[in-house]
Design a protein around this ligand. Structure first.
Ligand code: SF4
Length: 695
């Protein structure tokens, strides 16, 4: 039996998984509870969960069990040798030596960094600084590019600010109607639904758990959400639901948006989307007549090669109805990863510096360079986006080494077999993680890290509320925090100063670096977060109250108005044809989080959902001679995978579904990128569906 590490009784912290960041206590292990297992209980003081947790949260203490995690650095002598335990000095010396050699031979950009949207704010910040100041490489991006980037780009162009929900989550409870586009919160973050007592409209190709709870389900053809939004805006305008006073007072560009939907009469939208005109009309009426209404998007709307324009189309609809910036109404994006919001604010993105500053903005560069004590001219410019970075690895022009922190691209990246081949072509792959993920298993050097309840740090949840994750457990011997790893590597690369391993010191520097930026944390301290159970950014000074609803009086655009953006529908990057006649769409299940690297190691979650599956319509199953549980093979132009069938009559006839928490689904997905956000088209590609074994 494993020995549980000692804990302080009942330390208040937050869940290791999704963007709701449910508050929880971790207790057991010491004092009167010595020898007992660690347990998790929900906190009632955090509004996002207010006493609720999902099964992932209830079982989160299992991750702290020494049996499931790495406790010693690993390295392999040669590319084909097995991973063997090594000392920390050996591991870090090897990484630093190889980095130096590769940069000397091929230039600074020969070394790349891949971060994660689950890392704390402190880690995301330090990783960006490490890349730009210690490695002096432009090649850094992170898995949030696969998550939030389309909504981020669209909200920036509409509102001048990207904050997932620009209002407290509790505001949703007061909305009479809520439309959720491509979000399955009943599986991904169940406590979210307690905030939705009003009429729920769901847009999704599948009858998800969330759709089953909706008053109205618009079962859209995969990849056509944008056309649906155009049709709905056409209806809103022609049937008198547009709020002309609001449009005149608070927005610009309505005329161009109106013209862009003039030809999107409802029957045309029905032909493209498969959603009946009557259902579109009903949805517009519900939103347009509600006293308070909200439109929310999730990855189903965003993970497309036209994800930015799709989100813009729904924002246009929200603006026409007069929702954003009105108390109790609005548009919001439901962030997915644990620190999906904070992870994109502090500089681990290829095109950003801390404070949500653009990396090519001279004033932003000067401010951050001054905090970092370097010349602005020394800071690299923008690098490759996540998929483009992975695609370039080991090529003549691409990076020769990759340092991965808190991400598992072998499972989570599109065209995953190709990504694994690119990783294998590297001279050096280093993975920092607390479990031996599929990506870590390919690494030359694996660095075992501390995890959520073993360290202090801040997370910014889907409301833009900055929260304090407190250390509740003493980490096992042999592991180090990501901050300590970055600090040790920076020292070996000649940067002994400026890379603290203390989260509070790093956060204080982050506050200075973010000051004056859009995501301004200058007035947020650990003490304040604890006292106020979270602080909403921007909070430019310690006496500033924080900003729960940043759009109430004006939008943070130069003229204070929100901007309509005329957009048009375009087909999916890879449509169905005779060879690949079905759409594949991917998503999540209740028991698992992201690539499953953590949740697949929790016995109760693994028992609840032990493998991937293919969901298909009963008519298709019958044609293929497939019964429930029979193995089905899916093949796209990029790869093939097999999984047992789940047969129902609710999924569209032209669509199959596969969850992405296991290797398989992303071998098939299409890396076609949105031209603005560089988001891959995870949510739709063309596949062939066969009974496995051919008979
Ligand atoms: Fe809450 Fe999300 Fe954790 Fe579930 S996974 S307990 S919804 S933070």
């Amino acid at each position: 039996a494993s020995v549980m590490p000692p804990v302080h009784l009942g330390e208040a912290t937050h869940c290791p998984y999704c963007a709701l960041q449910c508050g929880m206590y971790v207790s057991g292990g010491v004092g009167k509870a010595a020898g007992t297992a660690l347990t998790v209980t929900p906190r009632h003081d955090i509004p996002a969960n207010a006493g609720g947790l999902c099964q992932k949260g209830w079982t989160a203490a299992e991750l702290l069990n020494p049996g499931v995690r790495l406790t010693t650095p690993l390295a392999r002598a040669g590319r084909t040798s097995p991973l063997e335990p090594v000392s920390w000095d050996e591991a870090l010396d090897r990484v630093a030596g190889a980095v130096r050699d590769l940069q000397a031979a091929h230039g600074r950009d020969a070394v790349a960094v891949f971060g994660g949207g689950g890392l704390t704010n402190e880690k995301a910040y330090q990783l960006g600084k490490f890349a730009r100041v210690a490695l002096r490489t432009s090649q850094i991006d992170y898995n949030g590019r696969f998550c939030m980037s389309s909504a981020a780009a669209a909200t920036n162009r509409a509102f001048g600010m990207d904050r997932g929900l620009p209002f407290p989550i509790t505001d949703i409870a007061g909305a009479d109607a809520v439309m959720m586009v491509g979000g399955n919160v009943a599986e991904t973050m169940p406590p979210f639904l307690r905030h939705v007592p009003g009429t729920l409209i769901v847009v999704d190709p599948r009858e998800t758990r969330t759709a089953r709870q909706a008053a109205l389900h618009l079962k859209v053809t995969p990849g056509t959400d944008l056309a649906l939004a155009l049709g709905m805006l056409h209806i809103a305008i022609t049937e008198g639901y547009a709020d002309q006073d609001y449009i005149a007072a608070r927005t610009t560009g309505f005329q161009a948006a109106r013209e862009s939907v003039a030809a999107w009469w409802p029957e045309r939208a029905e032909r493209v989307t498969g959603v009946p005109v009557a259902a579109m009309r009903q949805a517009v009426r519900l939103l347009g007549t509600a006293g308070k209404a909200m439109i929310l998007t999730g990855r189903g709307a965003e993970q497309h090669s036209k994800g930015v324009d799709t989100v813009s189309a729904f924002i246009n609809l929200a603006l026409a109805l007069g929702l954003p910036g009105r108390e109790g109404s609005g548009y919001g994006c439901v962030t997915g990863q644990g620190n999906g919001q904070g992870g994109r604010e502090h500089g681990q993105k290829a095109d950003q510096l801390p404070g949500y500053r653009k990396i090519d903005d001279p004033a932003g560069r000067a401010h951050v360079a001054a905090v970092w004590g370097v010349d602005p001219g020394e800071l690299p410019g923008p690098g490759r986006s996540a998929y483009e970075l992975l695609d370039a690895l080991g090529t003549d022009a691409g990076p020769k080494a990759l340092l991965v922190f808190g991400s598992n691209p072998v499972v989570s990246a599109p065209r995953a077999t190709h990504v694994a081949e690119r990783l294998a072509a590297l001279d050096l792959l280093v993975v920092s993680d607390f479990v031996l993920s599929e990506t870590a298993a390919m690494a030359d050097v694996v660095l075992p890290t501390t995890q959520w309840a073993e360290e202090h740090g801040t997370m910014t949840n889907l409301e833009g509320r900055v929260l304090l994750r407190r250390q509740a457990v003493t980490p096992p011997d042999g592991v180090r925090s990501d901050l300590a790893i970055v600090s040790a590597l920076a020292a070996r690369l000649g940067r002994r100063e400026g890379f603290s391993d203390d989260p509070r010191t790093v956060f204080d520097e982050l506050r200075r670096a973010s000051a004056g930026g859009v995501a301004d944390y200058a007035g947020i301290t650990y003490e304040r977060i604890a006292r106020e159970t979270g602080v909403f950014w921007p909070a430019p000074s310690e006496d500033h109250p924080g900003t729960p609803r940043p759009f109430l009086d004006r939008f943070p655009t130069p003229d204070g108005r929100a901007r309509f953006t005329p957009v048009d529908h375009r087909p999916v990057a890879e449509d169905v044809d005779d060879d690949y006649p079905y759409y594949l769409t991917t998503g999540r299940v209740l028991a698992h989080y992201q690539s499953g690297a953590q949740t697949r190691r929790v016995p109760a979650l693994n028992d609840a959902a032990p493998s991937a599956y293919v969901e298909l319509h009963a008519d298709l199953a019958e044609r293929l001679g497939v019964g429930p549980g029979d193995m089905v093979r899916l093949t796209s132009r990029r790869g093939t995978t097999e999984a047992p069938a789940r047969v129902n009559r609710s999924i569209r006839h032209d669509t199959v579904f596969m969850p992405f928490h296991w290797e398989g689904a992303n071998r098939l997905t299409n890396p076609a990128l949105d031209p603005t956000s560089r988001m891959p088209e995870f949510k739709v590609c063309a596949v062939r569906v066969e009974r496995s074994g051919g008979g």
